[in-house]
Design a protein around this ligand. Structure first.
Ligand code: COA
Length: 631
């Protein structure tokens, strides 16, 4: 098999398992994607004054006038010539000249690898695919076999360097993340984690891992001549795995990966002291991806079905159900339940949602096209079962992980809203940006529930730049706050409301544009802060200020992850008293996943979901009534 090392091997934060001489591995190959990557612009450092002005404007709708006045003084000091901001800005600009991307390593470390919270719920998103109607276990196996073949077909695009380059607003995007999601895994550390990418090694993996009833197997998915196994062959191998993992009383070793990262870091070192365990763990880490064949989950009403699957994708349902049927550190885990539930979860450090859903769209397309063709009966080896020696200490760690997982499961409140009244068609008819329209509906829903505007995060892409990840669009603006306050005000006419909505949407679009062109405020502020940590003895006052804490406490953490497939991504809230909202706007409907924590009395995913539905409908009615009246 031909493995092309197409990505920038020096990507920060990712470990090359064999510590290849980096330049040697790069010069061996001439690649279209390498040329593409090298041609991408570098992430700019925005002007300091522009960011500071943007910061004050962003604070206006979310902090009090006194707080804002205090922050204005701190900002004035910070930007003054010769002031600390000025100094940090110059250092940041120097850093930007030296490295491929001044942000990406800091981002990966600070947001993911240094984060000590468990990866399920807290950082790893889930994706819910449409329900499958398997008639029997064979149906589940056939589906899994096709899915595996579909992912291998996608991998072929990467291996053969034929992955189509994506564009945003007519500009080519950085494709690096596509090269990070297969054959990679997060490794826990006592204080900081790492990510290892085995595609870069001298012997890239040819196996996936399959887990059933908490038992892990290595499934070799390539023949000795390098051709991938056919769907039929994979199906037969899955059958063998199923039949040799029927016992349901096995220790759920994988649940260890759901722990707080410090705890897992310690337990990991303890686990791999044993040689057999170490080899088994390495086999999982090295595998191309993982397939979790899940046991059926408790039945729920049709209305609750998608919400239950979202929870299954995020955490597996608890120690009694499928939480032990995972290796949460693995970058990509496809989940296929006996009851027709399917989707995936992915470890977020190496990539964002868009490459993952692009992969899903490819796999779904492949599965539609592919039929089970009987292959010549070449006998294949029995997939190898991975052994684990469960010492009393490991057993104790597993019990502890089970308890913590069950608490996490009880705490997560998930609601999937399949909004069927309209999709992007309606805002487009009114010449409004569909994404900004949904964001304004979220603002309205939140305002109606809490009578205030909150700090809101929307993810935007920075992939126009080499090794670009994400930037924040601040959806709460002075214009959005005027609109939400006016919407239920009897004294404001519909024409005025539409004007306010249009203005708020326009500002959101302008902010989106700034974000994707690397001119927004949040990553720049992070850069200045990180630079401050590197070179100052104390943190500049603007980062120790109440306004800064308010701005970074996202009561609404949102993201659009659009896909062709009728799926939806979901993720947990980022603060104890907030919501996580992810949506896939389709032509005539919108899939929205909302999460909150049950331990917070003020939040309620079901209530918020109803408020979002009403807000979308009210905004549509407002636009239509006003358009009719104007005719
Ligand atoms: N009138 C008519 N149509 C309009 C319009 C208007 N005023 N404004 C926008 N549209 C159209 C657009 O042209 C686009 O058309 P297309 O579907 O034919 O391409 C469509 O509406 C959607 O545009 P819009 O809703 O404005 O948003 P977007 O697709 O540009 O997405 C972001 C905005 C921020 C989501 C996107 O830029 C982005 O960065 N995505 C990445 C998010 C991410 O990384 N998430 C990861 C989470 S892990």
């Amino acid at each position: 098999m031909l493995y092309l090392l197409v990505r920038n091997v020096l990507r920060p934060g990712v470990v090359n398992p064999t510590h290849l001489a980096k330049s040697a591995s790069v010069t061996k190959v001439t690649k279209r994607s390498m040329v593409h990557q090298e041609g991408l612009p570098k992430l700019p450092v925005p002007p300091l004054k522009q960011t500071c002005e943007g910061y004050l404007a962003m604070l206006q709708p979310i902090v009090s006038e006194e707080e804002l006045e205090h922050t204005r003084q701190l900002v004035t000091e910070f930007v003054s010539p010769g002031g600390v901001g000025d100094r940090l800005q110059r250092s940041l600009e120097r850093r930007a000249r030296k490295v491929d991307n001044w942000l990406s390593e800091w981002w990966m470390q600070s947001t993911y690898l240094d984060c000590r919270m468990p990866v399920p719920v807290y950082t790893s998103p889930g994706v819910i695919l449409p329900r499958m109607h398997f008639q029997d276990r064979q149906g589940q196996m056939r589906f899994a076999a096709k899915l595996i073949a579909g992912v291998l077909d996608f991998k072929q695009l990467i291996d053969s360097d034929t992955l189509p380059i994506e564009y945003l607003g007519g500009k080519p995007l950085c494709m690096d993340q596509y090269y990070q999601v297969l054959s990679s895994c997060r490794i826990p550390g006592p204080k900081r984690d790492t990510v290892v990418n085995h595609t870069l090694g001298t012997t890239p993996p040819t196996h996936i891992t399959v887990v059933h009833n908490f038992q892990f197997f290595i499934l070799d998915v390539y023949n000795s001549d390098g051709t991938p196994l056919t769907v039929d062959q994979i199906y037969m191998q899955l059958e063998k795995i199923w039949n040799s993992s029927l016992q349901t009383n096995k220790e759920p070793i994988g649940i260890l990966t759901s722990q707080h990262r410090n705890t897992w870091g310690k337990a990991y070192n303890n686990l791999i002291k044993d040689k057999t365990n170490k080899e088994s763990v390495r086999a999982i880490q090295k595998s191309i991806f993982t397939v979790c064949l899940d046991a059926p989950m408790p039945r729920v009403s049709d209305e609750m079905y998608q919400s239950r699957v979202a929870a299954q994708m995020l955490h597996g349902g608890g120690s009694r159900w499928n939480s032990g049927n995972r290796w949460f550190d693995k970058t990509l885990q496809f989940i296929i339940g006996e009851d027709g539930s399917c989707g995936l979860t992915y470890e977020h450090a190496p990539a964002e949602g868009p490459p993952i859903v692009f992969l899903i769209d490819h796999v779904v397309g492949y599965m539609r096209r592919s039929e089970m063709v009987r292959s010549p009966m070449v006998p294949l080896h029995m997939p190898q079962k991975l052994r684990f020696n469960i010492t009393p200490e490991v057993k104790k760690d597993i019990e502890n992980a089970k308890q913590n997982m069950n608490m996490m499961v009880h705490d997560l409140d998930v609601r999937v809203l399949l909004f069927s009244h309209f999709g992007i068609n309606v805002p487009k008819q009114h010449k409004l940006s569909p994404d900004a329209f949904v964001q304004m509906a979220l603002q309205l829903a939140y305002y109606r529930m809490y009578q205030l505007c909150c700090s809101t995060y929307e993810t935007s892409s920075l992939r126009m730049f080499k090794l670009g990840r994400t930037e924040t669009i601040r959806s709460t603006t002075t214009e959005s706050s005027k609109f939400v306050q006016a919407m239920d005000d009897a004294g404001t006419s519909n024409t005025e409301k539409v004007a306010l909505l249009t203005k708020a949407i326009q500002l959101h679009r302008d902010n989106t544009r700034k974000a994707i062109y690397g001119q927004a405020i949040d990553r720049h502020l992070l850069g200045l802060k990180m630079q401050g940590i590197t070179e100052l003895t104390s943190m500049p006052d603007i980062f120790m200020d109440t306004s800064y804490a308010v701005a970074m406490h996202y009561h609404l953490f949102t993201s659009q992850v659009g896909a062709k497939t009728d799926c939806v991504m979901c993720f947990g809230p980022t603060v104890p008293d907030g919501y996580g909202v992810c949506y896939n706007p389709m032509e005539e409907h919108i899939n929205i996943a909302i999460t909150a924590f049950n331990s917070c009395e003020e939040t309620n995913a079901a209530k918020f979901s109803r408020a979002v539905e009403t807000a979308l409908l009210d905004m549509q009615a407002l636009l239509e009534q006003t358009a009719l009246a104007g005719r």
